[in-house]
Design a protein around this ligand. Structure first.
Ligand code: SAH
Ligand code: SF4
Length: 435
């Protein structure tokens, strides 16, 4: 039985099945600490308080700007201080269990964290950008019926270190850190459009200038992040927020909030906080326009219905015609793909005056899935109806299918699960949605 509801108290976080991991060697990962947590951790480790701010800046620079993976690489920090740091800390990276590259250039990494749990992360390059699809949980709190991750038992939330760690190791694998031994290259003369990584924003670090780096923001592959891997990011709100704040910090990774998108299946009570405390682009997994169908395929709809969800979208801070909300719509044959559904979608978007675009995702089947993909003719007809109403509705091309990297297929094993087991897991999860 779910616990009794306390009037006025809303806490949509599920009870984590497992506590956050501690490292076996007792050391703490520097990765994932906020600037103030880092300063405090340095003081606790014995760095004099007067030096802590400067040391914190140095460490931040080495980790997030230079991509150093070892404390010994912090070249402008004395040997003795490095030895002190090494006693207490590691930089921290997830372990890569497998790295796969698809014929279309998509890459997928299976990562293992300190407690042995695993999650996946996918890099999708195209002509103009490179998008990293980042996971927020091991498994997922929710149980959408068409989603492979949804069939997993929720194991736990990822920590900020584990979320930022995915970005770090993608940059490691893509070779996108500055090369400290390379000659200095001229700085770009044209200002960045602020939609990109911004190296010019890197703070001056005592004893450390940019000479020695031939690194500019130009030509980097990883340009965008989507929180669309495994898990529901708004059921792991604090950790996702803290991780994205590190990713957006101008002294390090410096990714603009305009290049980050958070996708939610509709955890309504957390949406306003996502807008004000993170401020990234919003994507909403709508997938159906009637209560009956959405209750079936996105069961959180039984808790937060379509109207409530769209009201929360209308109120989302920062959404406007230049920064539209993306509605994701997975195309399921004879389930949600009729002409009437497309017309209803248009009506709803207009009713709530939403600055919206629609992403149509052909369903990616997985072993044991109970739905089929809509025909290409159906998908394009559906898309046309929405386009004719003046709303952009492109069809997303499935990427990385050969390495099981496509939407909703992220899961380390491909065991076939029985229908009865799926139902059991779904019921168990619904009991966890505390509020
Ligand atoms: N939990 C979040 C983000 C992760 S899912 C959410 O649901 O929004 C990212 C996107 O992939 C969602 O739109 C999801 O509905 C979609 N997706 C999941 N399984 C899929 C599948 N088998 N085929 C196509 N899209 C899928
Ligand atoms: Fe979780 Fe998103 Fe999959 Fe639904 S679609 S089960 S919310 S990962």
């Amino acid at each position: 039985m779910p616990p009794m509801q306390i009037p006025g108290f809303v806490d949509p976080k599920p009870v984590p099945r497992k506590p956050m991991p501690a490292r076996a060697d007792g050391k703490r990962a520097l990765l994932g600490l906020s600037k103030s947590q880092l300063r405090e951790a340095l003081i606790e480790a014995g760095i004099p308080e007067k030096q802590a701010k400067m040391r914190g800046q140095q460490v931040w620079h080495w980790i997030y700007h230079r991509g150093a993976t070892e404390i010994d690489a912090f070249a402008n920090i004395s040997k003795d201080t490095r030895a002190l740091l090494t006693q207490h800390f590691v930089v921290g990276r997830p372990e890569v269990v497998t790295a796969q590259v698809s014929t279309d250039g998509t890459r997928k990494w299976l990562l293992r964290f300190d407690d042995g749990e695993e999650a996946e992360c996918v890099f999708i390059p195209d002509a103009y950008r490179g998008t990293l699809c980042v996971s927020s949980q091991v498994g997922c709190t929710l149980n959408c019926r068409f989603c492979f991750t949804g069939t997993m038992k929720l194991v736990r939330n990822l920590t900020p270190a584990e979320i930022v760690g995915q970005v770090m190791l993608a940059r490691d694998a893509l070779g996108e850190w500055p090369n400290a031994s390379a000659p200095v290259a001229p700085r770009p003369t044209v200002a960045d459009d602020d939609d990109d990584f911004d190296d010019d924003d890197v703070a001056w670090i005592p004893g450390q200038n940019q000479a020695g780096s031939n690194y500019t923001s130009d030509g980097r592959m990883l340009t965008n992040i989507v929180m669309m891997g495994m898990g529901e990011p708004l059921y792991n709100f604090e950790n996702v927020r803290d991780a994205l704040q590190i990713v957006m910090d101008g002294d390090g990774l410096g990714l603009s909030k305009r290049r980050i998108t958070l996708s939610t299946s509709g955890v309504v009570p957390m949406m306003a906080r996502a807008g004000t405390e993170i401020g990234v682009n919003l994507a909403v997994s709508l997938h159906a326009v009637t209560k009956e169908i959405r209750d079936e395929i996105v069961p959180i709809n039984k808790k937060y219905g379509i109207e409530e969800l769209l009201e929360a979208c209308a109120a989302y801070p920062g959404a406007n015609n230049a920064r539209r909300i993306t509605f994701e719509y997975v195309m399921l044959k004879d389930k949600n793909d009729r002409d009437e559904d497309a017309h209803e979608l248009v009506r709803l978007i207009r009713k709530y005056r939403l600055p919206a675009k629609v992403n149509l995702i052909p369903f990616n089947p997985w072993p044991g899935s109970i739905y089929e993909t809509s025909t290409p003719e159906r998908v394009s007809r559906f898309s046309d109806i929405i386009f004719q109403a003046g709303i952009s509705a492109p069809v997303r091309r499935p990427r990385g299918r050969d390495i099981m990297a496509a939407c909703g297929q992220l899961k380390s094993s491909s065991e076939k699960i029985t229908r009865a087991e799926l139902d059991r897991r779904a019921a168990e999860k619904e009991d966890l949605w505390v509020d």
